[in-house]
Design a protein around this ligand. Structure first.
Ligand code: MC0
Length: 142
């Protein structure tokens, strides 16, 4: 079951400039920053609200750290902007299995490491109305 919007992932070329825009314009504060070597990104999570299921809703700002990363490729073809939408779930394995039963392709056979030590999978944008969609299980559920 999907319980919330976890985050909206936004591709940017300059993470510091992007953080400054969201702070200046909306007053969002950086909650967490990290580098995810596997995904090839330097990222910042800007928290928007909290929920009672162990998760919250964030804007995720993503700057590539490698030219062959998905974010670098996306910036080249689409420019800066919304890269993906992420839904929260208490069980990413079960949710991925349920979704793939409907004919949507998951990108990974097993969940991978996401922000804050979350477990994640992605669903192919061509099967999801043109939107790269991520499923996220917060660490609290592990
Ligand atoms: C590509 N396409 C997209 C898209 N990326 N459509 C919507 N949204 C996107 N973000 C479309 C292209 O326009 C193209 O359509 C087709 O998909 C194939 O694209 P491609 O450029 O040839 O790229 P591929 O096939 O090499 O890779 C696309 C794919 C890849 C989604 C499989 O980006 C991927 O594996 N993404 C999952 C990992 C990821 O994005 N990591 C970065 C965030 P046409 O019509 O031209 O054929 S890491 C993250 O988010 C973590 C840290 C977290 O949240 O915890």
């Amino acid at each position: 079951m999907i319980t919330r919007v976890d985050h909206i992932g936004i591709a940017c070329r300059d993470l510091a400039a992007s953080i400054a825009f969201y702070q200046r314009t909306y007053g969002f504060e950086v909650f967490h920053q990290e580098v995810n070597e596997q995904q090839g990104v330097r990222e910042a999570m800007l928290r928007i609200n909290g929920t009672d299921d162990g998760g919250a809703t964030y804007l995720q700002l993503l700057e590539p750290i490698r030219e062959d990363s998905p974010i670098a490729k996306f910036l080249e073809s689409h420019g800066e902007g919304v890269h993906h939408v992420a839904f929260g779930t208490a069980d990413v394995r079960a949710e991925t299995a349920a979704v793939t039963e409907t004919g949507v392709r998951a990108l990974y056979p097993e969940p991978r490491h996401g922000t804050f030590g979350s477990q994640i999978n992605f669903l192919h944008p061509k099967d999801c109305q043109g939107i790269l969609t991520e499923l996220v299980q917060s660490p609290v559920h592990e």
